[in-house]
Design a protein around this ligand. Structure first.
Ligand code: GDG
Length: 497
């Protein structure tokens, strides 16, 4: 049966585990993140499909099935597993996407590595995704493509299936033209994105940048703009904008531009936060901490997340405030997703070095100033840490949105706690009640953490109430509604919802 909604996302939507010598498919262990959210859309259609890749070595197994049918709590959907060779994965994902695109998207020109890119392989892999989506889509279906590593899919798909509706969502920032146009494949990429019916971003700034880039490269006209959502900050922070593009025209077609921030599953976090298990975890952590204040920092190990700069600010805090010694701890969770890549190994090494220096300089037998955690913390424990952390310190140098800061606010059912947030995280546009900081300035970083640690309870509660209000209001359901609103009336998606 053909699918009304095809999600094209490079990762598979489940975990494969071996049970009694047989491979079985299980729902992802991690309940947070974007995959469960996307699967939630399958509940709105009769039949959904997901396109992802799988290592060709596994596909060489005679029992390998390219398309598998799944029925789970999210609905009925098929998963197409595109067999890619290790060389294709390395070229398409690790090299082109992570060494060339990723630094440019996050405005790190100096980390951009062009030489090893094999563009024909990138095209070939994107073509395979487009073909697989074309094979699954029912007439007039919605095909929803995610993120920069699939940038060429919309263009190919439009050729293969002119009838389908194509939506593309960027989870990363979209940089200004001076930065984006470093990519030599810029015209091809933007031409592909303009084959979509809808191109989506988290915040107005990224949409503004995209339209400038498109106008700098191609004959794009009739840009229709509107005022930004008044709930967002439209002046004063690094990523705020007053006006946002709503649609553009290209080659006689209208392309809608959406800016809607991805949120978190509020109800799920409320339920977890209220559970007995979380309470017990929190009690155990608190008894280990004693009277120490807890500062929590959580993120993937990546140069964009600003881990080194944050640890250096913590070092300066301890230098300037001997009275804090023994009275504060930083739990720095930095989990490596791409351990084999040189850029990430380097950053992990730097983080370990600064953390080691801090513990060596200031620590004692009784007090360890930084706990550096490099392996994933189970989500149930993470919620308990969120609930106990006096300060959640989220200071990326660039970040499309950042969901950790929203999870923190959602988990603070007690209404206390302080969020310190970088103005270069997309979330800062929504969460202006956080203590907003500029991670490129020592002074700004240092005063923000001092302010957070010294903040009176009344102010903490006032700011947290505003944060919780926004995080609840713009949760994952609001994002889902926004995304689906582009496919209304005649479309299967809204009918079934
Ligand atoms: C991209 C964009 C955008 C982290 N450590 C642990 C853990 N996590 C979970 C968090 C959160 C998720 O991972 C990270 O979300 P982010 O939004 O911070 O980041 P990216 O993975 O970089 O994702 C980003 C996002 O897409 C959505 O559009 O916000 O800007 O880069 O849910 O809780 N979870 C567990 N243990 C950990 O140690 N269980």
């Amino acid at each position: 049966m053909a699918s009304d909604l095809v999600i094209v996302y490079h990762r598979q939507p489940y975990e494969e585990v071996e049970e009694n010598g047989k491979i079985v498919f299980r729902e992802n262990k991690s309940p947070n993140g974007i995959v469960p959210t996307l699967k939630g859309f399958f509940g709105r259609v009769d039949k959904g499909a997901w396109i992802a890749w799988k290592l060709a070595e596994d596909a060489a197994n005679p029992e390998f099935e390219r398309v598998i049918e799944i029925e789970d709590s999210y609905g009925k959907y098929s998963v197409t597993r595109l067999p890619l060779t290790p060389d294709q994965v390395s070229s398409f994902y690790h090299i082109t996407s992570k060494e060339a695109f990723w630094p440019i998207l996050h405005s790190f020109k100096e980390r951009y590595n062009y030489d090893p890119v094999d563009w024909p392989t990138f095209r070939e892999v994107n073509w395979a995704f487009a073909e697989a989506a074309a094979a699954e889509a029912a007439p007039g279906a919605v095909v929803w493509v995610h993120d920069y590593n699939l940038w060429l899919v919309p263009g190919y798909l439009r050729k293969l299936r002119p009838d389908v509706k194509i939506s593309f969502f960027h989870h990363t920032p979209f940089p200004a033209a001076d930065m984006f146009n470093v990519l030599p494949w810029r015209r091809e990429i933007v031409d592909s994105l303009l084959s979509c019916d809808v191109v989506g971003f988290h915040i107005p700034r990224y949409a503004v940048n995209f339209v400038h880039v498109a106008q700098s490269l191609l004959e794009v006209g009739n840009v229709v703009r509107k005022d930004v959502n008044p709930d967002f900050v439209w002046e004063g922070t690094a990523l705020s904008d007053r006006r946002v593009p709503e649609s553009v025209q290209y080659q006689g077609r209208t392309i809608r531009i959406s800016s809607a921030p991805v949120g978190i599953d509020w109800d799920f976090i409320q339920e977890r936060a209220a559970s007995e298990e979380t309470r017990e975890n929190a009690v155990a952590i608190r008894s280990e901490l004693g009277d120490c204040k807890l500062i929590l920092s959580v993120g993937r190990t990546d140069y964009t997340k600003g881990g080194v700069q944050q640890l250096e600010s913590y070092e300066r805090l301890l230098q300037a405030h001997p009275e804090m010694h023994g009275n504060v701890r930083l739990m720095h969770v930095s989990v490596g997703a791409n351990r084999s890549m040189a850029a990430y190994e380097e950053i992990q090494g730097e983080i370990e070095q600064v953390a080691g220096r801090i513990n060596g300089t200031f620590g004692s037998f009784e007090w360890q100033p930084v706990a550096l955690i490099s392996t994933a913390v189970p989500f149930r424990d993470l919620i308990a840490y969120y609930q106990l952390a006096d300060v959640c310190w989220i200071t990326p140098l660039a970040d499309g949105m950042n969901l950790v800061c929203k999870e923190y606010a959602a988990a603070r059912t007690d209404g206390d706690g302080v969020l310190v947030l970088s103005e270069f995280a997309g979330a800062s546009v929504e969460l202006s009640s956080a203590v907003i900081t500029n991670p490129f300035s020592h002074r700004s970083m240092d005063t923000a953490i001092e302010q957070a640690l010294a903040m009176p309870e009344e102010e903490r509660r006032h700011r947290m109430a505003m944060l919780r209000n926004t995080v609840q209001r713009y949760g994952i359901k609001a994002w889902a509604e926004d995304q689906m609103s582009y496919f209304s009336d005649e479309d299967v998606l809204s009918e079934a919802s």
